[in-house]
Design a protein around this ligand. Structure first.
Ligand SMILES: *[C@@H]1O[C@H](CO)[C@@H](O)[C@H](O)[C@H]1NC(C)=O
Ligand SMILES: *[C@@H]1O[C@H](CO)[C@@H](O)[C@H](O)[C@H]1NC(C)=O
Ligand SMILES: *[C@@H]1O[C@H](CO)[C@@H](O)[C@H](O)[C@H]1NC(C)=O
Ligand SMILES: *[C@@H]1O[C@H](CO)[C@@H](O)[C@H](O)[C@H]1NC(C)=O
Ligand SMILES: *[C@@H]1O[C@H](CO)[C@@H](O)[C@H](O)[C@H]1NC(C)=O
Ligand SMILES: *[C@@H]1O[C@H](CO)[C@@H](O)[C@H](O)[C@H]1NC(C)=O
Ligand SMILES: *[C@@H]1O[C@H](CO)[C@@H](O)[C@H](O)[C@H]1NC(C)=O
Ligand SMILES: [Ca+2]
Length: 521
């Protein structure tokens, strides 16, 4: 009975922004008894402000230390309000941006006033979750006492190592950022992920009537899902096919850069700077844990959000297969085909041809009756891409499914017999050559595009009769001598040597090493 309830839930709850993809698996009865069916699944959307860690910069920007008075833009002459960090009733610490307000009691974080004008009044609010999240609805930042006239919302997807702008906000976009003012409703399917500057949330409308600064998520979803988000299937289909669409809504950190407070008019009134400051009562971040469609639950564990992974996956975002289920066969689940998607479960390799992640194609070789991997990448080869290609050797510190499992032999072309090496990267060297890569010479050999036996040296093959050995390649002989080791006198029987001596000597001195001068070498 329970089973059918579960199935009914699954098929009937496809409401917008939640509902769909709620179950990772369910028991189904078949002729052979009950079996588990698996589906793509994702956790439900939550108010992520409950899990957010918040940090405000610069350190002294929160008001109340020392206590100070402030005025309001609406009535700048009534400055009876006070911020005092040491008095709980008058303090405005950062956590009041994420509290759950009770009994209609408004609580807010507030900054110091703009007493240092014209020095800009700047503040950063950094929000981190230590978890990849996906926006499911609009972000609302609620400002009391007026919205900033210039502000940037940033995001990071790598835990704050790098940041990108998410949206720019200004009462004059061109003036503040050199960007034309846009609205999300100007966006089309082709530029739905464009980062825009909007003037919609920064102009003065009084401090009470419209307090929110918004990052529009719904309006972007609506471009594909229709105005009332009745066609979420269409959005999910695009999430699968359109590059960067899912990533646009994904983040681990957010940052608000407050660059200029509400002015309540065109100019800053220098004689009453106590009415300029920032105050935020709430930051609403509706999102779900990113679990790569492998979990329907995301729970707080040791203070961090953690996907409760199914489909034999593991990791904070279910971003890899469980041990024994082959790291590189991991794939995110897919929203398609509707309505249940594809779980892309990590499976034990027995049933499949294992290619250690170096190929995603297998082929059945009829004549050998085997299944073999096709087009092994990363310089691998073999039925399971388990060997290294010729000219590569096995990286012993890498697992078989590592992309750097095969290292190039790098044999010296001149010194080695061929470009292959043995299992520890040693190349096969020509005579006289040595070294793992065959780029060095054995004793008694010299290097000249390969190793050659010494003609002369300082030990066995000494140049004689005052000759000097030139780079182990030849003896430079005194004028009266010749031969490989200058062992032969020029003045042999019947020749007149005396006359030539002076000239040849001169030539030898001037052109020592110039091979063409006869008699020098
Ligand atoms: C806010 O963050 C930006 C970017 O890291 C930084 O350049 C700026 O100095 C910060 N501002 C304050 C007031 O800390
Ligand atoms: C972030 O989460 C990971 C995984 O849950 C955990 O190992 C790490 O300690 C957390 N870091 C912080 C700063 O909480
Ligand atoms: C402003 O944000 C709050 C959440 O903080 C939301 O409940 C409210 O509907 C928003 N108001 C408008 C006009 O968007
Ligand atoms: C998006 O594209 C449409 C149509 O090409 C264009 O009118 C609009 O200005 C673009 N929006 C942005 C923010 O570039
Ligand atoms: C996980 O792997 C085990 C062992 O291969 C298998 O019995 C089980 O069905 C798998 N789970 C899922 C969700 O596929
Ligand atoms: C060998 O594998 C390890 C582990 O993946 C990697 O860090 C290293 O760079 C690899 N060595 C080479 C030479 O590629
Ligand atoms: C590779 O050759 C080197 C040098 O000849 C040798 O020391 C090493 O043991 C060989 N390695 C293998 C795996 O054969
Ligand atoms: Ca509050």
């Amino acid at each position: 009975m329970l089973l059918w309830v579960a199935l009914l839930l699954l098929h009937c709850s496809a409401s917008a922004l939640g509902g769909q993809y709620e179950l990772c698996k369910s028991l189904v009865s078949t002729d052979d008894g009950s079996v588990w069916e698996h589906y793509a699944c994702q956790p439900r959307a939550e108010s992520m402000k409950d899990y957010m860690r918040i940090k405000v910069d610069p350190p002294g920007v929160t008001c109340g230390n020392p206590p100070e008075r402030f005025c309001t833009l609406e009535n700048p002459y009534l400055c009876s309000d006070e911020c005092d960090a040491s008095n709980p009733d008058l303090a405005h610490p950062p956590q009041l941006m994420q509290d759950r307000e009770r009994n209609g009691l408004l609580t807010y974080w507030q900054t110091v006033t703009w007493r240092r004008h014209p020095e800009p009044l700047l503040a950063n609010i950094s929000m981190s979750w230590n978890k990849s999240l996906e926006l499911t609805d609009d972000i609302h930042i609620t400002f009391e006492y007026g919205r900033p006239t210039i502000m940037i919302l940033d995001k990071s997807t790598d835990h704050g190592r790098s940041w990108q702008a998410y949206q720019y906000y200004a009462d004059d976009c061109l003036d503040a950022f050199g960007m034309p003012a846009k609205r999300v409703r100007d966006l089309t399917p082709a530029n739905i992920t464009r980062v825009i500057c909007t003037e919609q949330y920064s102009r003065w409308v009084g401090s009470k009537s419209n307090k929110n600064v918004t990052l529009e998520v719904r309006a972007r979803f609506a471009i594909f899902a229709g105005p009332r988000l009745h066609n979420m299937d269409s959005l999910y289909t695009r999430m699968e096919s359109m590059k960067g669409l899912r990533d646009f809504f994904t983040f681990t950190n957010l940052r608000l850069r407050l660059l200029r407070p509400a002015l309540g008019g065109t100019y800053v009134q220098r004689d009453n700077l106590l009415k300029y400051f920032y105050a935020i009562s709430n930051i609403e971040v509706p999102a779900r844990c990113k679990c790569n469609l492998h979990a329907s639950q995301c729970l707080l564990q040791d203070g961090n959000l953690q996907c409760q992974c199914e489909h034999n996956t593991t990791g904070q975002d279910c971003q890899r297969c469980k041990k024994g289920f082959k790291a590189k066969s991991w794939k995110a689940g897919s929203y398609l085909p509707a309505p249940n998607g594809t779980p892309n479960t990590c499976t034990y390799p027995a049933r499949y041809c294992e290619c250690y992640g170096h190929s995603n194609r297998c082929s059945y070789l009829e004549f050998l009756k085997i299944v073999t991997c096709v087009s092994c990448k990363h310089n691998t080869r073999g039925q399971n891409c388990q060997h290294c290609r010729l000219g590569y050797f096995r990286n012993t510190s890498a697992e078989l499914d590592d992309e750097s499992v095969c290292i190039e032999c790098n044999c010296n072309q001149m010194g080695s017999v061929h470009d292959r090496c043995n299992g520890t990267g040693f190349c096969q060297c020509k005579d006289g050559t040595t070294g793992a890569k065959c780029d060095e010479c054995l004793p008694g050999y010299y290097w000249k595009q390969g190793c050659y036996p010494n003609v002369c040296d300082e030990e066995m093959l000494l140049c004689q009769n005052g000759g000097t050995c030139y780079q182990n390649q030849k003896c430079a002989c005194a004028p009266e001598f010749k031969g490989v080791l200058c062992q032969q006198s020029r003045c042999e029987a019947g020749k007149d040597c005396n006359g030539a001596t002076a000239i040849v000597l001169l030539g030898c001195v001037l052109r020592l090493g110039w091979a063409k001068v006869d008699g020098c070498m």
